[in-house]
Design a protein around this ligand. Structure first.
Ligand SMILES: *[C@@H]1O[C@H](CO)[C@@H](O)[C@H](O)[C@H]1NC(C)=O
Ligand SMILES: *[C@@H]1O[C@H](CO)[C@@H](O)[C@H](O)[C@H]1NC(C)=O
Ligand SMILES: *[C@@H]1O[C@H](CO)[C@@H](O)[C@H](O)[C@H]1NC(C)=O
Ligand SMILES: *[C@@H]1O[C@H](CO)[C@@H](O)[C@H](O)[C@H]1NC(C)=O
Ligand SMILES: *[C@@H]1O[C@H](CO)[C@@H](O)[C@H](O)[C@H]1NC(C)=O
Length: 390
């Protein structure tokens, strides 16, 4: 708890200092002025909500948002997501969802979030053909890239202005692909069949990254890996096993599903490695979400979590892991835990704000950003911050 409080205080002090710093005109382009992001519900700040015909049919409606915003915002958690903490850390406003354009003249000066809950890395038709398509979800990485291209003329009106804008931008590409795998899992596909999707998923992520570099002049990209799927209450419930050896003794998570995450992350890192060689002037940072979460499992109390609650859903129905498909978080009869900050999972699929905060800290301050963010221009600010009493 103490650690958490300290980190949180540091966040806000830094946020204030950075906000002050960014108001001064400066010729140095050493800090980011915008964030452009692509992915799924892990970083969607409100696009899926705006794609629904009415708010009440949105899966992440009340009581989502109770911890920080105190009302649903379209984020599938009780509070802020990793991208919100990154924005705070960089002294930038929360990244507005692309589909909020037109509603009250949304300001995209500091970036745009194109991520959509449920989005897949592979195309809609591909997934449909493969029999894993879910008709409620009609968004993919390719559609998000199209949105980005359509919006481009309103962001910058000449090639040199665009290059200048994107050289000062952080591109967050992912997490995406998790839905391709979970749709296949829900259809009863075998692990081998699902693994055969992985290279295609990585290939699509790779082409998006190369497009940002070659066509838009991106110079800093953050590419998140996948979370440990074997630790998600939804899968722990669906794939419950009587065999003790199916579970990791250290975490209680399902071994084979964590191995799927590891396989995805391994191929993703190999591809990033290849891209770094092709584009040596560009910084491609791998965000190791998998190990950031595993670290919490190793020492829950260090991060303020209750040991027994990491595999439990905070918001949901009766069942092992507090997860019940027929009493999903948000439907009548679902219960919300007293203190979400002690829990690992918010609704069985998405993690709590508390977990996202720890992950974001592990990215911005190390060691889970590979290579680390270059925060050298922040060091004087950090040293000043040390004189502020927490
Ligand atoms: C980090 O940024 C500073 C200031 O822009 C620069 O001088 C330094 O070379 C950078 N370090 C690395 C490792 O890129
Ligand atoms: C739906 O939710 C959004 C975001 O919270 C809000 O701006 C909008 O007014 C809501 N619409 C209705 C019809 O309640
Ligand atoms: C899915 O989205 C595409 C592109 O936006 C659109 O052309 C298509 O009609 C949509 N399909 C469904 C079933 O909603
Ligand atoms: C992603 O993969 C699908 C199917 O493999 C392909 O049709 C599509 O063009 C790819 N999209 C991107 C953005 O790479
Ligand atoms: C899930 O919820 C339903 C409806 O409340 C209940 O009948 C069922 O027993 C619950 N399942 C488990 C595994 O507790």
């Amino acid at each position: 708890m103490a650690t958490n409080f300290l980190l949180l205080s540091k966040f806000s002090v830094l946020g204030v200092l950075l906000a002050l710093a960014t108001t001064h005109p400066t010729s140095c382009s050493c800090h980011y002025t915008s964030i452009f992001s692509f992915g799924d519900s892990l970083i969607d700040t409100g696009n899926l909500l705006r794609l629904q015909h009415n708010n009440a049919s949105f899966e992440c409606w009340f009581p989502y948002g109770i911890t920080y915003f105190h009302h649903p915002t379209g984020r599938c958690s009780d509070g802020r997501l990793i991208i919100d903490f990154i924005a705070e850390y960089l002294g930038l406003p929360f990244v507005p969802p692309y589909l909020s354009r037109g509603s009250g003249g949304q300001d995209f000066r500091h970036g745009v979030n194109f991520a959509v809950g449920g989005a897949t890395a592979l195309d809609y038709n591909f997934n449909e053909h493969g029999g894993t398509h879910d008709s409620r979800i009609n968004n993919s990485l390719a559609i998000q890239l199209r949105w980005f291209k359509e919006l481009l003329p309103s962001l910058c009106d000449s090639d040199s202005k665009c290059r200048d804008l994107f050289s000062r931008s952080l591109f967050i590409v992912g997490e995406i692909g998790g839905n391709d795998y979970s749709l296949a899992l829900n259809r009863g596909r075998s692990l081998e069949e699902i693994k055969s999707l992985v290279p295609r998923v990585i290939n699509n992520i790779s082409s998006a990254i190369q497009m940002f570099i070659q066509e838009n002049g991106a110079v800093t990209l953050l590419v998140p890996g996948h979370l440990p799927y074997g630790c998600f209450p939804v899968f722990l419930t669906d794939f419950k096993s009587p065999n003790e050896e199916d579970y990791e003794s250290e975490t209680g998570c399902l071994r084979w599903l964590n191995q799927l995450s590891e396989f995805n992350n391994h191929l993703l890192q190999e591809e990033i490695h290849r891209l770094r060689h092709l584009h040596p002037h560009v910084t491609i940072i791998y965000a190791d979400l998998y190990n950031a979460v595993k670290a919490i499992f190793r020492s829950p109390d260090k991060f303020g979590f209750r040991k027994g609650a990491l595999l439990l859903t905070c918001c949901g129905g009766e069942g092992p892991y507090n997860y019940n498909k027929s009493v999903h978080c948000g439907v009548r009869g679902a219960k919300v835990c007293q203190d979400p900050s002690q829990y690992g999972s918010w609704d069985g699929t998405h993690m709590t704000e508390a977990v996202y905060r720890v992950i974001a800290t592990g990215l911005m301050e190390g060691p889970y950003a590979i290579p680390p963010f270059n925060l050298s221009h922040l060091l004087p600010l950090l040293q000043n911050a040390a004189h502020v009493s927490y």
